[in-house]
Design a protein around this ligand. Structure first.
Ligand code: SRM
Ligand code: SF4
Length: 569
């Protein structure tokens, strides 16, 4: 008896929204004109992501508003597109002032080197986007099923190699931008193009990618961009002081769901070496292979990491070679030794200076005793170089001359922001995602909980003589992994209010995932569990052995979870 062919699975709802959207327009414009609500429709909410915007509501106010029978306190988050995290002082001043005028008086530096505004009311979206446009900034493709903000090494050491890597990152970012004019029409009131060629998306097609897609460029020995967490990564290979090409890595990604074993964090695998001329061709081939073969039926299985898991790396490499016409060479040797941003004053090869400023959770606002926003506004007012946002939510003030250095120093000192004031190696290596009150997916606190987590662990580390040891701690409000917690030596992942899964044992350099140590703990539980572990580490570690390596070797059972196939250096 012949078997009937399997019934194809239905497409995910987002696929229909995209294909009916007339290249990302939907009915956003009419939703914007509707003043009876602060929200937009669900379908348009999916489309505005491609324009860098998320509809959110203030979760602190949800219950009270519900009780009062009122609409949720809706507002939008806007994410800026900022390849490699570079921003001029003029742009800084405009973003600073927009945050005061049309958002919640704060700027948030993200784990992918850009800015987010929170609390933007619907009627303020156009003024915000127009204001950004005046200083040549936009939020196109900052979110959505497209190539997102491209990461590049932020260290402002002005070497020719670093500049070249940045140029490649920028060129790939531009090359992979959607071509639709929807953003310009909706937000900047551009005229609709009449006549001429019909608009099209040659690289993406009308349904774009099955899911978000992230690219990073790394320059060893620093893995500051966490290259193995990217869908597509380019690791710069420098020989005799010259950039000769890149090792390409694919299939990294961190999001998972608690209790769903079919979802997991995964480190990227190496495809092989390419020359510098082939970056865009290979990038396009990786992107279109995922466009054509990624899962469009299940958004929890739609990232590139699952396509590679399901079909195998050999198949994927052959497909990319066929599409790009580029043959991969064997990966060339490289080594990552650190992930931490440089802090304080550093001298560059060209004689200029840069200052690495630690910003807890990337939150820039004026808090009591911590007037970060005012200080940076004053610096932007006199600064002649630029600012670089780092993947660890910090900031670099770069291109500072000998003449300007004392002035910047005095502004930092007057506002109490000198890096020497940062208390511990743990704090300098801590990240948190935004979580409550804005993130609709948060199960637990993260940014607002980080200070207490740090204070508790700093006390223990100080007692054990580990205060200045660089140990990475990352916390997120849910398992989506926005602060890359699975690549931290100590990772906390929100499960429920006040409860976190605790992971240990990633390598400090971001080359090995951590593993589950305790499935659901409070901060008190975690302090109780980790104090003896840290004590043993202080006494038993081998010379220069990092906390994550020691945990991996000593503390964790061999069968603790996490899937990380492939070979990494
Ligand atoms: Fe993220 C969704 C914040 C980096 C994995 N992320 C979200 C949303 C938009 C929540 C939502 O969908 O409603 C969060 C908005 C919170 C808010 O109120 O601002 C959010 N993600 C962030 C940021 C701001 C965290 C931060 O504190 O810095 C980071 C913005 C980066 C940027 O500038 O583009 C951010 N998100 C990441 C990273 C880290 C990275 O890319 O290096 C990851 C893990 C890497 C990865 O993608 O695999 C990450 N975010 C996710 C996921 C899970 C994706 C998955 O494959 O399962 C979601 C949920 C989703 O896509 O369904 C998500
Ligand atoms: Fe929100 Fe979860 Fe991302 Fe944190 S990790 S910002 S809680 S989606």
């Amino acid at each position: 008896m012949s078997q009937s062919p399997p019934v194809p699975k239905p497409l995910a709802a987002n696929e229909t929204i995209k294909s009916n959207s007339h290249l990302l327009r939907g009915s956003i414009a009419s939703d914007l004109a509707d003043t009876s609500t602060g929200a937009i429709s669900d379908d348009n909410g999916q489309l505005t992501k491609f324009h860098g915007l998320y509809l959110q509501d203030d979760r602190d106010l949800r219950n009270a508003l519900k009780k009062a029978g009122k609409e949720k306190a809706f507002s939008f988050m806007l994410r800026v597109r900022l390849p490699g995290g570079r921003c001029t002082p003029a742009q800084w001043l405009v973003l600073d002032s927009l945050a005061d005028r049309v958002a919640n008086q704060s700027l948030r530096l993200t784990t992918r080197q850009t800015f987010q505004f929170h609390g933007v009311l619907k009627g303020n979206l156009k003024p915000l986007i127009k204001g950004m446009h005046e200083v040549l900034l936009d939020s196109i493709a900052a979110c959505g099923d497209v190539n997102r903000n491209v990461m590049a090494p932020p260290n402002p050491e002005r070497s020719a190699v670093l500049q070249e890597v940045y140029n490649h990152a920028r060129a790939w970012s531009e090359f992979a931008l959607p071509k639709t004019r929807a953003y310009h029409e909706i937000w900047l009131d551009d005229e609709k193009v009449a006549g001429g060629e019909p608009e099209s998306e040659p690289m993406y097609g009308a349904t774009y990618l099955p899911r978000k897609f992230k690219t990073g460029f790394a320059l060893p020995p620093s893995n500051d961009v966490d290259i193995f967490s990217q869908d597509l990564g380019f690791i710069a290979i420098v020989e005799s002081g010259r950039l000769v090409g890149y090792n390409v890595v694919v299939g990294g990604g961190l999001g998972m769901s608690h209790g769903n074993e079919e979802t997991f964090p995964r480190l990227a695998d190496q495809l092989g070496f390419i020359d510098t001329q082939s970056v865009n061709a290979v990038g396009e081939a990786v992107l279109t292979t995922q466009r054509d073969h990624g899962d469009r039926t299940n958004r929890k299985h739609a990232r590139l990491k699952y396509t590679i898991e399901d079909r195998g790396l050999a198949w994927f490499r052959a497909e990319v070679e066929r599409r790009s016409g580029v043959t991969f060479g064997p990966p060339r040797p490289f080594s990552f030794t650190s992930i931490q941003d440089p802090f304080g004053w550093q001298r560059c090869a060209d004689g200029s200076w840069f200052y690495g400023l630690h910003i807890l959770s990337g939150r820039i606002r004026d808090a009591d005793g911590w007037p970060m926003k005012s200080a940076l506004r004053e610096i932007a007012g006199i600064h002649e170089g630029d600012f670089r946002l780092t993947p660890s939510q910090n900031l670099t003030i770069s291109g500072v001359t000998d003449q300007k250095k004392p002035l910047i120093d005095s502004i930092l000192a007057r506002h109490g922001l000198a890096s020497e004031n940062v208390r511990s190696g743990l704090r300098l290596n801590a990240l948190s995602c935004v979580a409550l009150p804005t993130c609709g997916l948060a199960l637990a606190e993260s940014e607002r909980a980080l200070p207490e987590f740090l204070e508790r662990f700093e006390t223990i580390l100080e007692q054990l003589g580990l205060k200045h040891d660089a140990i990475s701690l990352r916390i997120t409000g849910c398992p989506n992994g926005c602060a890359r917690p699975y690549l931290a030596e100590i990772g906390f992942v929100g499960r429920a209010p006040g409860k976190y899964a605790l992971y240990l044992g990633a390598s400090y350099q971001g080359t090995r995932l951590n593993r589950l140590f305790a499935p659901s703990v409070t901060l008190d539980d975690a302090v109780g569990l980790l104090t003896p572990v840290l004590k043993r580490y202080a006494l038993e570690r081998q010379d220069n052995e990092r906390f994550g390596d020691w945990c991996d070797r000593v503390t964790l059972p061999a069968d603790a979870t996490f899937h990380s196939p492939g070979t990494r250096s």
